[in-house]
Design a protein around this ligand. Structure first.
Ligand code: CTP
Ligand code: MG
Length: 484
């Protein structure tokens, strides 16, 4: 659903969400499965794209493909069968360059060079090209100016900035390529995307959060109850889960830095609250954060995905407010005392839970709708909620997104941040348990404030700007006022 072309107006967007909605786990399974059958090919400028496809199809049926300009021209090619990749790997040579020694590694990243010059003259019209994602601001402003209302501008913004189907496929592929490296140490482990890449709120150019899931190891082997003995693997014990996570990320990080083609600027950030490996994946162009033992965050991505797919207004509002916040320096691409996109999204969800009638249900209500397979308790944290968006009733609230935008500014311009906390589990303000300027309760790790980094100055800037914007929007009560 996300990534397909979204209607510019609310009505068509509504018909889109009224179709059967895929579950987060289905999207994940499908994305990971496709990525396993995919290769990434760089090639010199001037080669006919059709001849590349013709050459590759000798190794098997091609399911989908697209071409893009990243660090040079690239083709992403998904085969129908994994065997096609083995066939391609069989004919591929390890690049040798006498002056620079390389480490031989058979990955799914290939470089294609012609034995003799290939014709450019072939018809290229049906070759699928993918524009790498950045819409120049002038073009965006131009598009927004063509929309006849603030609501339509908001849907246009969503349409321009949301992740495309191709971009999402590339994200799954980057995870899958890192998984190949991690599997050298931990066969059967799975590397999954989480955060804004998959939670339905990702904007083109957002980072790629990866989760190294070791719990998948051994999942396929069903314990046999018969026989005189129970067999267990001998494993190395660690003083704490945190130490284990740091060690795992450290070795995988070394592998990524030393052996993984295309990974640059590798940084180990192991002392953070959530230890991570940060690196740039050059072939796909993604800034990546690899974490392990972060299952709660995967579940919160699923929760956001459910909320984002309940009502077409949610994503339009989130994208607009995220864009507004970034433009005004409320959020930032570097870490610091700023409000993060994740915190801002929680504030928007909380606001939508507090409309009359509510546009979004509370987490407690989603928990009441959960059945046995939705039950998740992760390290003692209750992460249970209904995962199937189709089981949740639609709201009767019919407010338009421009009204909601105005009301959002009004609501937070007057919110009592000094004594109240935000909590999407109950959908109600509570007294702050400690004096952080902004307190947004983590929906699952309930004793944790997800905005503990935010200082008073940044919160004051946010409040001042919301008041100013509420005032500006109210100046034009006809709704024809343009955002651009
Ligand atoms: N997360 C969390 N608590 C925080 C920060 C992050 O649980 N204090 C989890 C959330 O699930 C979040 C994910 O980690 O979605 C990734 O964090 P981050 O990259 O900061 O946020 P995104 O939602 O991915 O948004 P962005 O587009 O800014 O990357
Ligand atoms: Mg992110």
């Amino acid at each position: 659903m996300q990534g397909q072309s979204q209607a510019a107006g609310g009505e068509e967007a509504d018909s889109e969400v009224s179709a059967r909605k895929k579950m987060f786990t289905e999207v994940q399974a499908e994305g990971l499965e496709q990525a396993q059958k995919t290769v990434l090919i760089s090639y010199p400028t001037g080669i006919s794209k059709r001849s590349i496809l013709q050459y590759l199809s000798r190794h098997g049926n091609i399911n989908s493909h697209f071409f893009y300009e990243g660090h040079g021209p690239h083709a992403m090619v998904e085969f129908s069968e994994r065997e096609s990749i083995y066939s391609l790997q069989d004919v591929a040579q390890i690049a040798c360059c006498s002056s620079v020694p390389g480490i031989p590694l058979k990955s799914r990243l290939f470089t294609l060079t012609p034995r003799q010059s290939l014709s450019q003259a072939l018809d290229e019209t049906s070759v699928h090209n993918y524009q790498h994602p950045t819409i120049p601001v002038e073009d965006l402003v131009q598009k927004l100016c063509c929309a006849d209302s603030i609501s339509n501008q908001m849907y246009s913004l969503l349409n321009e900035y949301q992740l495309t189907e191709e971009n999402i496929k590339l994200r799954f592929l980057a995870c899958s390529l890192i998984q190949d490296i991690a599997r050298a140490y931990f066969p059967e482990c799975v590397v999954k995307p989480f955060g804004s890449s998959v939670n339905s709120f990702g904007k083109l150019g957002c980072d790629l959060d990866m989760f190294l899931d070791l719990d998948e190891i051994g999942r396929s082997s069903t314990p046999k109850k018969t026989g005189a003995f129970q067999v267990e693997y001998h494993i190395k014990r660690m003083p704490s889960l945190r130490t284990a996570t740091q060690k795992i990320l450290s070795v995988i990080g070394d592998c990524i830095a030393n052996f993984s083609p295309g990974c640059t600027h590798v940084q180990k950030i192991l002392d953070a609250r959530c230890p991570l490996m940060r690196f740039f994946h050059q072939p796909t162009g993604f800034q990546c954060d690899l974490t392990a033992n972060n299952r709660v965050a995967l579940r919160s991505s699923e929760l956001l995905y459910v909320y984002g797919n309940l009502d077409s207004r949610v994503r339009a509002l989130v994208f607009t407010i995220r864009c507004w916040a970034r433009t005004h320096g409320i959020t930032s691409s570097t870490s610091g005392p700023w409000i993060t996109n994740f915190s801002l999204t929680m504030m928007i969800l909380f606001f939508l839970q507090n409309r009359k009638p509510p546009i979004l249900p509370t987490l407690a209500e989603l928990k009441n709708l959960a059945d046995a397979e939705d039950e998740h308790v992760i390290r003692g944290h209750d992460c249970t909620f209904v995962s199937n968006p189709n089981k949740i009733n639609q709201t009767e609230n019919t407010e338009t997104v421009d009204v909601l935008l105005n009301e959002f500014f009004e609501y937070f311009g007057n919110f009592d941040f000094s004594s109240k906390s935000i909590n999407i589990r109950e959908g109600k303000e509570h007294n702050k348990p400690e004096p952080s300027p902004l307190y947004i309760q983590n929906p699952f790790e309930q004793a944790r404030n997800i905005s503990a980094n935010v200082n008073q100055n940044q919160l004051d800037r946010f409040v001042a700007l919301t008041r100013e914007c509420a005032w500006l929007l109210q100046q034009d009560s006809t709704g024809k006022h343009q955002l651009a």
